[in-house]
Design a protein around this ligand. Structure first.
Ligand code: 7PM
Length: 288
């Protein structure tokens, strides 16, 4: 299977690592170390050296309760970085839900739109549908970033996330977007309890039924923190959740995820290299 994007057909026969580049001074896990375009660009280059296959550039933190970022501020943060990042030779994804930002980055040559709102805003749907070939990641979110932590989903999240993602993909395809451009994402941490997030991992295979590649984003999230806290008997801050995050990424890939969105690219690439070495030998010798 391949992911069709603006400039690249990304081969998904092997797991792909999407490296997170925050251009947000209020980012929860890196303290805004990538606020300036030059610093963000250096981070892009480092992630590619570390083995990232895709860069995901975001200007607005979706942190629970984070104040919405004005359009002009998001454009000012993201455009200079995207304009340079598209020259690095790797697919560039942009984490945004604003149609104006989508259009501007697509004009700069961005390859993928990563929308945590799954293009539920009509103008966002239009921005992607108007482009001939950009890739798109449709993510499930329950509620909105202001309320999702105080009012998470209730009941079995898996069938509801599946239904939502199938609908979102349907709507996009009805606008003329080819299936090969679409990737789905359960939206770990977006309005779900830790139990629901881990149910989405345990039963991730159910989410593969519609036939789209799956992207999973566990990196440093609070569900990892909850699991680690249970083991450590002390709270584990985001920067110390690297090994837990790598474990979750590996489990997601083992259960069929095609792409993992991570902060810690080098560590994740190592873990996936071991998985890949095993996978290459998974057919019984002589049986094929
Ligand atoms: C709190 C919750 C703080 C989430 C920060 C985050 C995803 C994403 C983000 C994801 C896709 C973070 C996130 N998470 N896009 N954007 N999937 N497709 O950890 O899971 O960076 S923001």
């Amino acid at each position: 299977m391949h992911w069709q994007t603006t400039r690249f057909q990304i081969d998904l026969s092997r797991p792909r690592v999407m490296g997170i580049v925050n251009v947000t001074p209020d980012s929860f896990s890196d303290g805004g170390r990538h606020a300036s375009p030059a610093t963000a660009l250096r981070h892009c280059e480092q992630l590619l050296k570390d083995g990232a296959h895709i860069l995901d550039i975001g200007g607005e933190s979706t942190r629970p309760g984070a104040p919405p970022l004005p359009l002009e501020e998001e454009l000012a943060r993201v455009l200079p970085v995207v304009g340079e990042a598209v020259r690095l030779g790797a697919p560039v994804s942009v984490d945004t839900y604003k149609p104006e930002v989508m259009r501007a980055v697509l004009d700069l040559g961005a390859d993928i739109i990563n929308d945590v709102w799954a293009l539920r805003r009509p103008a966002a749907l239009d921005a992607v549908a108007a482009h001939p070939s950009c890739g798109v990641c449709l993510m499930h979110m329950h509620g909105d970033p202001q309320t999702m932590q105080t009012a998470p989903m209730t009941g079995d999240a898996v069938p509801r996330v599946l239904h939502f993602l199938e609908q979102a993909a349907q709507v996009l395809q009805a606008q003329g977007v080819d299936k090969s451009r679409i990737v789905l994402d359960p939206g770990i941490g977006f309005g779900k309890t830790p139990a629901q997030n881990f149910a989405l991992l345990a039963r991730q295979q159910e989410l593969l039924a519609p036939g789209f590649p799956l992207l999973a984003g566990w990196s440093r999230k609070s569900s990892i923190g909850v699991a680690l806290q249970g083991a450590a008997k002390a709270s584990v801050p985001p920067g110390e959740r690297v090994i837990g995050s790598v474990a979750a990424a590996l489990l997601a890939v083992e259960r069929g995820a095609a792409i993992v969105r991570v902060h810690d690219v080098r560590e994740t690439v190592q873990a996936l290299a071991v998985w890949q070495a095993m996978q290459a030998q998974s057919t019984v010798a002589g049986s094929a």
